[in-house]
Design a protein around this ligand. Structure first.
Ligand SMILES: [Zn+2]
Length: 257
């Protein structure tokens, strides 16, 4: 297997993964979205809420605010020494106090652990008018995407590297006009910029007589973090989880007689 970096920004990474198969890249994708843990608000106590939103709606919105996560400092509740009762190693308290008029943004969420804060400051939670107020105390815990989507660290997707074959009947003018990712020279279509390649361009190709073959061994793997962890942290944690599962399988297999 070979990996090349195509693109990297603060919360997005694109990798060219060669000489592998869809089973591997899909396992990586599924591990990211359902197994890599992050912190999210789980329980909310409302001390005051005179806003127009019901407690339940606000609690739901609070749960979806991405929180910066330090995986080394927190355990999953089920793996914690406290046996799920809740301690400083598996949960943190977050409070919020606001008075109207004005919009309440995520930046007002203050965690007991100074390392934990909203990944984005300006996520609107609710609008308060004059004399309305909000006071809450919440608990954030580490969880996995397979329990609730709020614990999913990011969006991961992949596609096979495209190759093109044009025939005499291909309408290449339309393709060079509509497909930014492609280059047309004579009657040959080739990829100019993979970062601009989209599924809609694949459709344009097919409609205009150019066959697109997606590789079964070379893939473009994309990951967009929701802000709790960096893309590299997400990928490394996912690989660690895959590795641990294989170790566990090996251990159990060796025990069999
Ligand atoms: Zn604990």
């Amino acid at each position: 297997m070979q990996i090349e970096l195509i693109n990297q920004s603060k919360d997005k990474i694109s990798l060219f993964v060669k000489d592998t198969n869809s089973t591997f890249v899909n396992t990586l994708r599924r591990t990211i979205i359902s197994e890599v843990p992050i912190l999210a608000i789980e329980d909310v106590s409302f001390i005051k809420n005179s806003s127009v939103l019901y407690d339940e709606m606000l609690a739901h919105r609070l749960g979806l605010v991405p929180l910066t996560t330090d995986l080394k400092s927190y355990n999953l509740k089920e793996d914690c020494k406290c046996e799920g009762r809740g301690c400083a190693q598996c949960q943190t308290t977050i409070s919020l106090e606001a008075k109207g008029p004005g919009t309440v943004y995520s930046e007002l969420l203050k965690a007991k652990d100074p390392a934990i804060k909203p990944a984005f400051d300006k996520i609107p939670l609710v609008k308060l008018t004059k004399n309305q107020a909000l006071e809450i105390e919440a608990t954030a815990i580490l969880g996995k995407g397979k329990q609730h989507y709020k614990f999913t660290p990011g969006l991961a997707w992949y596609f096979g590297y495209p190759e093109f074959s044009a025939s005499g009947k291909s309408n290449l003018n339309v393709i060079s006009e509509k497909c930014q990712a492609l280059e047309v020279k004579g009657n040959k279509v080739s990829l100019k910029d993979i970062t601009k390649w989209t599924e809609s361009q694949e459709q344009v190709c097919e409609e205009n007589g150019v066959t697109v073959n997606l590789s079964k061994t070379d893939f473009i793997f994309n990951l967009e973090s929701f802000g709790s962890l960096s893309c590299k942290e997400i990928l490394l944690e996912a690989l660690k989880i895959m590795d641990n599962k294989l170790d566990d399988f090996e251990k159990q297999l060796k025990k069999l007689k």
